[in-house]
Design a protein around this ligand. Structure first.
Ligand SMILES: [Zn+2]
Length: 465
């Protein structure tokens, strides 16, 4: 269960599903559990992860220990994800064979997950403790450590599961990371979208807010002085927002900070007060681009797009891969300078009707998706001059720091337009049209990548760590 419910005073939300199961909080938005080797694999609801990272600069080793507090909604074997293999596993104080954590495919073969092959009781707090080696994700060189936990939302298994146990994006939970570097006298520093506290030389804790999901966390550990860093603040609508901009070049940092303040003013003016504790931007020399909650890795040219994602993508957050198109469509509509459309008449594509086990966003979100938002704008403008900007401002006010699904977005649009949009969503978003076939061109065929730099590949990301 997410603690955000408590913060907002909503309390626990219990829902009775078709099967008569009682699901709490985040699990309402989880993909369905499934049968596995005579048992049932069930999605879990993390409430907290305590992660400890120890970097041995002398021997080039990174060792991690994770303690996960979680619940399940029904009895079964818990599903989660973590790409590194567990070396030790302890469940509720009982040591298990590390081989009890296996890799499984979902029933639609969309992704691979981790399964703990032990049945656990529902509606009870469990603690899973695992240790694992993280050395391959870290660069060591002459007494320095570089660890950039960078992500992508355009391919499978590229969220925080690369570095630590986490879940599909429906799950909001708090996380603390303890960091210690040994075997070097070189001072290091951490850029993160959490609260960083230095405890001793090369020793920190980083605490992240309870509304974060697997695609939210930003963590970058480097030798102090590796980057040019500028720190400032922006007088936001709800208080001072600390800003950090860093890069290998002074000009990127100066330009980045200047532009960031301009985008803050623009986006707060259009959509409402910034939703996160701070903003951190790592400006690359070109290419790349990925958003986090109040953070980004980006070229200067895409900084406006990526900053928009702190409102849509990491402000109002997708609960799953099917909802990922919404924020890319909105951010691209903004990049295009908010054109007002006159109604859909185009080749049909599928934006949000994929398997619930697919985690990432279709590349059709940028072109086809942005065109749909501009059509919605024309539609809303017939009765309300504010058009889609006003509808999105309301969406942000209602769902910031929460996750949304496509049906939730559909309901929001139906309230704004005062009519059912089921037939519209079936045709233009879910790809369930009976009259015209959905185009089979590769996703993203219509994206102008010169306006929207594609994300870095894993190999390219290694170079900027
Ligand atoms: Zn984007």
């Amino acid at each position: 269960m997410k603690s955000q419910g408590r913060t907002l005073g909503i309390g626990l939300l219990f829902l009775i599903s078709n099967q008569g199961l009682v699901l709490a909080g985040d699990l309402e938005k989880a993909p369905p559990g499934f049968s596995h080797q005579g048992g049932k694999a069930v999605f879990a609801d993390f409430s907290h992860v305590g992660l400890s990272l120890r970097f041995d600069a002398l021997n080039g080793k990174a060792q991690a220990r994770a303690v996960i507090e979680f619940e399940v909604g029904e009895e079964g074997m818990p599903l989660f994800d973590m790409i590194p293999d567990a070396q030790t596993v302890i469940l509720d104080g009982n040591t298990l064979d590390p081989a009890s954590v296996t890799s499984v495919k979902d029933p639609h073969k969309q992704s691979t997950l981790r399964l703990l092959g032990v049945n656990v009781e529902p509606q009870r707090r469990h603690t899973l403790e695992m240790t694992y080696d993280l050395s391959s994700q870290v660069s060591f060189s002459q007494g320095t450590v570089s660890a950039g936990f960078f992500m992508s939302d355009l391919s499978d298994r590229e969220y925080f599961e690369q570095f630590a146990p986490t879940n599909y994006e429906y799950d909001q939970y708090s996380q603390s990371i303890g960091v210690e570097i040994t075997g070097t006298d070189k001072r290091h520093e951490i850029f993160a979208n959490g609260q960083v506290e230095e405890l001793a030389f090369n020793k920190w804790t980083v605490n992240f807010p309870a509304y974060y999901t697997s695609s939210s966390f930003y963590f970058h550990l480097v030798k102090e002085g590796r980057f040019v860093v500028s720190r400032s603040s922006y007088a936001g609508l709800e208080g001072e927002i600390p800003l950090t901009v860093y890069s290998i070049s002074q000009s990127n940092v100066a330009n980045g900070m200047q532009r960031l303040k301009r985008y803050m003013a623009e986006l707060e003016g259009t959509y409402g007060a910034f939703a996160h504790p701070s903003f951190t931007a790592y400006i690359t020399d070109g290419g790349g681009g990925m958003e986090y909650c109040g953070a980004t890795v980006t070229s200067l040219s895409a900084l406006g797009h990526e900053t928009t994602h702190s409102w849509f993508a990491r402000g109002v957050m997708p609960a799953n891969g099917n909802a990922g198109w919404i924020d890319e469509a909105i951010a691209s509509w903004r990049d295009n300078n908010y054109p007002r459309g006159s109604g859909p008449s185009r080749t049909l594509r599928m934006l949000g009707g994929f398997s619930p086990y697919k985690r990432y966003t279709t590349m059709d979100a940028y072109g086809y998706g942005a065109d749909l938002i501009s059509d919605f704008d024309g539609w809303v403008a017939r009765s309300n001059d504010a058009g889609m900007k006003g509808v999105l401002r309301d969406l942000f006010a209602q769902f910031k720091r929460q996750t949304i699904t496509v049906p939730m977005f559909q309901s929001h649009m139906e309230r704004a337009l005062g009519q059912s949009l089921q037939a519209f969503f079936d045709k233009y978003i879910y790809g369930r049209s009976s009259s015209a076939p959905v185009s089979s061109a590769s996703p993203g065929w219509d994206v102008n990548w010169s306006r929207h730099p594609r994300p870095f590949t894993k190999e390219e990301l290694k170079k900027i760590i």
